[in-house]
Design a protein around this ligand. Structure first.
Ligand code: FA5
Length: 345
């Protein structure tokens, strides 16, 4: 029995030594130390031993068991450590490798320009107002002195949705709505940026959808000089201190007098070039003194209040500022064009 126990001990220790993984090791534990294992089997024959031999054999059996058990424990630790080391080696991260860049979006050129213009006018005490892109015929035309059938409606070919609703053709309806909301009381000083829509054929300088920024100031004693001074500040801040502005007589049914406003060409400094078509001036916006009838329709007393208004095309301003030669770049989403106007700029 003693020999058999020693033999089993040797066998078990060799198997433990050879075990390559935790599963194999567990199988060894079960087969040698389990209740149905060979050691238990051998010990069943203890009853046949003499009273003297029995405790000796019991002690030997315990020793064999303990030695196998501690060999298994030791090996288990070794295998577990090896497994952790292998995992760490496999998952090693080289922190010195260059990272893959995270792609970030950028501000759209038009957003940048709108924000710049907003900041400029907010600095002069204006607040930003918003209107509706789907507008009623009344606010888009009638409240601006353009009754149904008025020939000047042709100046802004429209996308009608129903007889009385259309995609707004300009941001001027916000003038009418803001004045009406004020019920003829107190001053108004707003700018209103937004999208507008016209049945214009797309080309290098025209788009069927574009952006405008409307400005409106109504108070007692507002004059054309205020309009000119305001636009001069705008032109110089936007395009440089050396820029001049020029007002040319024009016609808008909602302003009287009306003007087209030109800015001296930034490219040639006013000498004449292909961009300004040799004139030295570039048209950027329409403006004028708010027509007394428009004031009246919105509830203002034109004998007491006067006002000026202007409306500029945002794409045209951006084209001038950044030297962009085709308005379609703003809408064709070429990433090479768009990423030039990154937020960090
Ligand atoms: C108007 O829309 C008037 N509501 C502006 C105004 C406001 C006048 C307040 C007086 C008082 P006009 O149709 O000229 O005006 O358009 C204004 C600006 O929008 C133009 O100077 C131009 O810069 C831009 N614009 C007009 N049509 C287009 C188009 N199809 N594509 C791109 N920009 C355009």
């Amino acid at each position: 029995m003693q020999d058999r126990l020693k033999e089993l001990q040797q066998e078990a220790l060799t198997s433990v030594e050879k075990a390559e993984n935790l599963k194999e090791l567990n199988d060894i534990r079960v087969s040698y130390l389990g209740k149905k294992g060979p050691i238990t089997e051998v010990l069943k024959g203890m009853g046949k031993l003499s009273a003297e031999e029995r405790p000796k054999m019991g002690a030997l059996a315990n020793e064999v068991r303990d030695s196998i058990s501690s060999a298994i424990e030791e090996k288990q630790e070794k295998l577990e450590r090896a497994a952790v080391e292998q995992k760490l080696a496999e998952e090693t991260i080289d922190v010195t490798l260059p990272g893959s860049p995270v792609r970030t979006g950028t501000h759209h050129a038009l957003t940048k320009i709108v924000e710049e213009i907003e900041d400029l006018f907010i600095g002069m005490g204006y607040s930003v107002a918003e209107g509706y892109e789907v507008e009623s015929d009344y606010y888009n035309f009638e409240a601006l002195n353009l009754p149904k059938g008025h020939p000047a409606r042709d100046m802004q070919d429209s996308f009608y949705i129903t007889e009385e609703t259309l995609l707004r053709t300009h941001t001027s309806p916000v003038q009418a709505r803001t004045m009406e909301a004020n019920e003829g009381k107190g001053p108004v000083k707003i700018i209103c940026p937004g999208k507008v829509y016209r049945r214009d054929n797309d080309d290098a300088t025209h788009s069927h959808q574009f952006m405008q920024i409307e400005g409106l100031v109504v108070a007692e004693g507002i004059s054309m000089a205020d309009l000119k001074g305001t636009l001069e500040v705008f032109a110089k801040k936007m395009f440089g201190e050396e820029r001049e502005i020029r007002l040319r007589p024009s016609f808008f049914p909602f302003t009287e007098p009306s003007v087209e406003v030109d800015i001296s060409c930034k490219i040639c400094g006013g000498k004449g070039c292909s961009v300004c078509k040799g004139t030295g001036w570039i048209e950027v916006l329409g403006a004028g003194m708010v027509h007394p009838h428009v004031l009246e329709m919105a509830g203002y007393d034109p004998k007491k209040y006067t006002g000026f208004a202007f409306g500029m095309g945002v794409e045209r301003i951006a084209m001038l500022k950044y030297g962009i030669d085709d308005i379609r770049h703003f809408y064709t989403n070429d990433i090479r064009f768009l990423k030039q106007f990154s937020v960090q700029e």
